[in-house]
Design a binder for this molecule. Structure first.
Ligand code: AKB
Length: 316
């Protein structure tokens, strides 16, 4: 039985992943860590670990016999633009520290999510393949290109099994996202569920790849248990379930609330969104590890709207 240490556990992905990890591998196999512990309960042990501090990750991993780190701690695109130093220390140093600990303790596996943020203005906009130009415009994107490259390096040079996938914008109701460019989508649905109008910081036609959180969690668990022999990449797997623009989401929400209206006041996040693709080629994820999302756009909006109308944000 493996022992998993999860960094950045109390963010948007961790809040949904930890309960599913506990369900699949048992509560005693999971250590949820973050820089600060929240008041919210987790179904497993919680510990403070600062990923920018190598010793902090090493000590707990050695003490507890950790053999897989799931490295979720990351400063997302919007905050990274406001605080380059923070993005550098968490995203570059933190990722390097995690890989060094994995090497030091000869861990079985490391999981590191990448992002659509690795693409840049000179990447094709539609149906982007896994291997293409990755020259991003944001420090977040640059840090994830670094994560992709250093993971391949550690994998080839030290034989560490590093796996990941390029997450698109994620939609979830358990925990609001924080400081990303794609966060508007969750915010817009929250506003609609509260019968409030919404001001969007992206342009109405800013189409981006997206996915509902249950499909993202399933994808992470699936790539973790995939046959290594079948995986041709480390982190470069594209995943998405659908693409939509803010206007598409406004129109979909009007099916539930005909009076719902959005005004569009683009800010610096529009400049980030403009460098990201509108859609991805996910064929290699399907072939290599059977990526198979179940929610389509309208199914996701219906489920989100129902949960948020029942006041579920932060409750699951
Ligand atoms: C962000 O908007 O920064 C993230 C991402 C697409 O990686 N949600």
């Amino acid at each position: 039985m493996a022992t998993f240490l999860v960094t950045g556990s109390f963010g948007q992905v961790g809040s949904d992943l930890i309960p599913q990890l506990c369900k699949k591998y048992g509560k005693s196999s999971v250590i949820a860590t973050d820089k600060y512990l929240p008041h919210a309960d987790m179904p497993c042990e919680m510990q403070v670990v600062d990923v920018t501090d190598y010793k902090s990750i090493l000590e707990i991993s050695r003490e507890r016999g950790v053999d897989c780190i799931i490295h979720l701690a990351s400063i997302l695109s919007a905050l990274g633009e406001k605080n380059n130093d923070l993005a550098f220390s968490v995203n570059f140093t933190g990722t390097y520290n995690v890989l060094k600990v994995a090497r030091e303790l000869s861990m079985k596996m490391v999981i590191i999510p990448s992002t659509i943020g690795v693409f840049g203005a000179d990447t094709p906009r539609e149906n982007v393949p896994a291997i293409t130009l990755t020259r991003p415009a944001s420090i977040y994107g640059i840090s994830k290109v670094f994560a992709e490259q250093i993971s391949s390096y550690f994998s080839k040079k030290y034989g560490i099994d590093v796996r990941g996938l390029r997450l698109p914008g994620l939609i979830s109701y358990s925990m609001p996202p924080s400081n990303g460019t794609t966060d508007y989508a969750v915010d817009m649905i929250i506003h609609a569920a509260k019968h409030k109008q919404y001001t969007c910081y992206l342009k109405e036609n800013a189409t981006l790849p997206m996915m509902y959180m249950p499909d993202a969690i399933k994808a992470i668990l699936d790539i973790m248990s995939a046959d290594r022999e079948r995986l041709r990449y480390n982190l470069e797997y594209n995943v998405q379930a659908f693409s939509f623009s803010p206007k598409d989401l406004e129109n979909e929400l009007q099916k539930y609330l005909p009076d719902f209206r959005v005004s569009y006041v683009p800010d610096y996040r529009q400049e980030i969104a403009e460098t990201w693709p509108r859609s991805l080629d996910i064929s290699e994820s399907i072939v290599d590890w059977n990526f198979n999302p179940s929610y389509d756009f309208s199914g996701m909006v219906r489920d989100m709207y129902e949960h948020l109308s029942m006041g579920d944000m932060g409750n699951e």
